[in-house]
Design a binder for this molecule. Structure first.
Ligand SMILES: Nc1ncnc2c1ncn2[C@@H]1O[C@H](COP(=O)(O)OP(=O)(O)OP(=O)(O)O)[C@@H](O)[C@H]1O
Length: 746
């Protein structure tokens, strides 16, 4: 019976792959043809051809990316209909549906149906594929004999197979085994802010990624051009998750770490928790406003300015009045400067004319000639710059933190000790907590170029031309699109966007990343508990409509500037316009280890949400006590045992930051290139990390070096040790010379 069913599924799945190959071949051919066609010369022809080429390229990339485990489910419905669920939708040439996209409403019941609430589903089948081959099938028969109250695991065999598989250092999608509580979050409405709180391993990152894909699919009209931004804690973390979205058929999500959110700035340097906390405080908004105001200065006394041998006078009162009028424009500093300069140049020109008239020294009829003289005067230029200096965000912030007199002037409410923390050499590299300050400064300063928005106007005009072109091309194009199996109709806006993309050879994602003022349609934030108020402010600026998915775990906060409660973190930016959802099941860490982590946190005074682990492990956490000099030697001594216990799986050693180098060196002496160091190397067999780098990642086996030092190093906040203890999927070993923190051992 089972074998017959399996054979039948294999035949069906072969048919799906045949259709996939056919579509792929079609796209390759269409792409080749479009490229062969000679340009007809007109702008319209060219943009039409480019638009087709980039559409075909995108579709081809999508068809290639979904090849592995293309289909994973089947529903048998009360209506007698049988429906296959997969990574994308597929139909035959005559539009008979072969497979439904997992994000389509018709696929919802695959994730939501339970025996208690069947939603018209009689049977749910999981297809377990390896590459293109169906290896196994597994059925949930949702009839009344199976009736159980409440949640239950769906497709338990498929789920356990996924959870027990060896880690690769790269995150996989969970599209075949999304559980009901996760699915509800993934399919929540687009508008407003949704906070997803969940303990370690509850699938927050997985849910965030699948939600980004879901939103793009469901609200493509609204989100295609504005885009979706996904923010994570570090570049290493972004690398860890980078393959998930393409495997879900989405390539359009813009992914960035907090340190890379400002074009042109790469924040790599480390700074102390105290400094980061200070820079993250909302008071920095006023500090930056002060720093800008500090560049709009009044002269102390009347200034004499030489213009072609004539002495003109500029009074503090004149400068103050011009400054007030320039500020009243409401424009940012560099743009308002145009008004300031115009007023004073005009007043000085009047003065010059009056002077010439009163002395009868020449012809004043040609006023522009006098104005040129004033503008060309060195004294005038220097004076106007002293009074209203055009300045870039980077220079403003750099000067503010490197010049004690400026720092004192702009931080009136700060203590000397706080100023001492902020002061640093002018050539210091940027840090992650500088990024929101630079962003704030850029907002207050505006564009440094003084074209007065001419560049923008030119862009607008080009956009209008693109739209007009697109409208002309659209009717003919929609027909061809339908013929070639591309879903949905194109609007003129979308086509114009494709044109721009093709012309600039940039994707929307790339364009968004190079434009600080890009307004995204939705922002997904992972590890959001770490964000400081200044970072929140930056993110809200990136999405003025405040459509957010915010995932995190308050208990895992380790950054000093991070949040103690969602309300405290979000109210200043979102008021009460956010909803809270909770994930309650831990898919990563086996029960024994998860419980030890929770006991440790509780004993240290932090109440954490304790999700229920879906699996029991084979081992309790293992503890080695050694002398203070024996820590690293013990790591090396037990590595073979640990690695073979998890079947040669991925191993992490998590150590206090000061010990990472030395530990990595000792392991490298034995294991050579199999040892990676730092979070950029998570695909190596053995990775040595500090707890911050370990955030969000997972490994088959974890060794923690000196757990008490992790607690002490974080000023007693349990975040670091709690994060470290909840990284393993199989086995945890702790090596300690100091007394073990309370609670770890039952
Ligand atoms: N429905 C599911 N099916 C299969 N695997 C799942 C499912 N949900 C979560 N997982 C797996 O559980 C592990 C933990 O998920 P994830 O990293 O998203 O958790 P998290 O809540 O972000 O954890 P943390 O806060 O500790 O970083 C991952 O390996 C993920 O693939």
């Amino acid at each position: 019976m089972y074998d017959a069913e399996l054979a039948q599924e294999r035949t069906y799945v072969d048919g799906l792959y045949a259709r996939l190959d056919e579509l792929r071949a079609e796209k390759i051919q269409q792409l080749a043809q479009v490229r062969r066609e000679k340009s007809m010369g007109t702008h319209q022809n060219r943009s039409e051809r480019d638009a087709f080429a980039s559409l075909y390229e995108n579709r081809l990339a999508q068809l290639n990316a979904v090849d592995d485990r293309l289909v994973f489910g089947r529903l048998n419905l009360d209506s007698g209909e049988q429906r296959y669920i997969g990574r994308i939708g597929l139909s035959t040439e005559d539009l008979r549906q072969l497979m439904v996209d997992w994000r389509a409403p018709e696929a919802g019941s695959f994730y939501q149906a339970t025996a208690f609430e069947r939603l018209g589903v009689r049977r749910r089948r999981h297809l377990l594929l390896h590459g293109r081959t169906v290896k196994a099938i597994e059925d949930d028969v949702l009839d009344h004999s199976m009736l159980v109250e409440g949640e239950h695991l769906q497709g338990e065999g498929a789920l356990m197979a996924a959870l027990n598989s060896k880690r690769t250092g790269r995150m996989n999608d969970i599209v075949g085994t999304i559980q009901a509580e996760q699915d509800r979050i993934i399919r929540s409405p687009l508008s407003g802010a949704l906070v997803v709180q969940g303990g370690p391993g509850t699938g927050k990152t997985a849910v965030a990624l699948h939600r980004a894909a879901y939103l793009l699919y469901t609200h493509r009209e609204r989100l295609q051009s504005a885009g979706v931004l996904l923010v994570g804690p570090s570049n290493a973390f972004m690398k860890y998750i980078e393959r998930v979205l393409p495997s879900l058929g989405e390539t359009g999500v813009v992914m960035s770490s907090m340190g890379s959110l400002l074009p042109g700035v790469s924040a790599t340097a480390f700074e102390s928790a105290e400094v980061a906390r200070l820079k993250g405080r909302i008071e920095m908004v006023q500090v930056l406003a002060n720093a800008v105001a500090n560049r709009q200065r009044l002269p102390r006394r009347d200034e004499r300015l030489d213009v072609e041998g004539t002495r003109l006078i500029l009074t503090p009162r004149q400068v103050r009045r011009a400054r007030e009028r320039a500020r009243a424009t409401g424009k940012p500093h560099n743009e308002a400067r145009v008004t300031f300069v115009k007023i004073l140049l005009s007043e000085l020109t009047d003065q010059l004319r009056e002077h010439i008239e009163s002395t009868g020294a020449g012809n004043t009829a040609d006023r522009s000639y006098l104005a040129d003289d004033v503008r060309g005067s060195r004294d005038v230029r220097i004076m106007l710059n002293l009074c209203w200096m055009p300045i870039s965000a980077q220079k403003l912030v750099r000067d503010m933190f490197s010049k004690p007199e400026i720092l004192r002037a702009v931080t009136p409410g700060f203590t000397e000790a706080e100023r001492a923390l902020l002061l640093r050499p002018a050539d210091s590299p940027w840090t992650e907590s500088d990024v929101p300050l630079l962003d704030e400064a850029a907002e207050l300063l505006g564009d440094l170029d003084e074209t007065g928005g001419r560049a923008e106007a030119a862009n607008d005009a080009q956009r209008k031309r693109d739209l007009a072109n697109a409208e002309k091309a659209i009717s003919n194009m929609n027909q061809q699109l339908e013929d070639s199996g591309v879903d949905g109709m194109l609007t003129a806006e979308q086509l114009a966007d494709y044109n721009v993309v093709a012309e600039d050879a940039l994707t929307n994602a790339e364009k968004a990343l190079t434009d600080r003022t890009w307004a995204y349609g939705h922002v997904v934030v992972d590890e959001a508990q770490e964000l400081s108020p200044m970072q929140w402010r930056l993110l809200v600026r990136r999405c003025p409509v405040k459509s957010f998915t915010i995932v995190g775990d308050i208990a895992q906060t380790s950054s000093a500037a991070g949040a103690n409660s969602w309300r405290q973190a979000l109210t200043p930016f979102m008021g009460d316009r956010w909803a809270l959802e909770e994930l309650t099941v831990n898919y990563r860490t086996p029960t024994q280890i998860a419980e030890a982590a929770v006991r440790m946190a509780n004993a240290a005074g932090q109440i954490v949400s304790a999700p229920k682990a879906v699996r029991d492990g084979e081992w309790d956490p293992i503890v080695d006590h050694v002398g203070p000099d024996g820590l690293i030697a013990q790591v090396v001594a037990v590595m073979d045992e640990e690695s073979s216990a998890v079947g040669g799986g991925l191993m992490a050693v998590i150590a206090p930051p000061a010990m990472v180098e030395e530990t990595a060196a000792a392991l490298r002496a034995v294991y050579g290139h199999r040892v990676g160091h730092g979070a950029g190397s998570v695909e190596q067999d053995i990775v040595v990390l500090d707890p911050h780098e370990a955030k969000g990642l997972e490994f088959d086996g974890v060794i923690i070096v000196e757990p008490a030092a992790l607690l002490a190093g974080a000023g007693g906040r349990v975040g670091d040790l709690y994060v470290a203890m909840t990284r393993p999927t199989q086995r945890l070993r702790l090596i300690a010379s100091m007394p073990l923190p309370a609670g770890i051992q039952a």
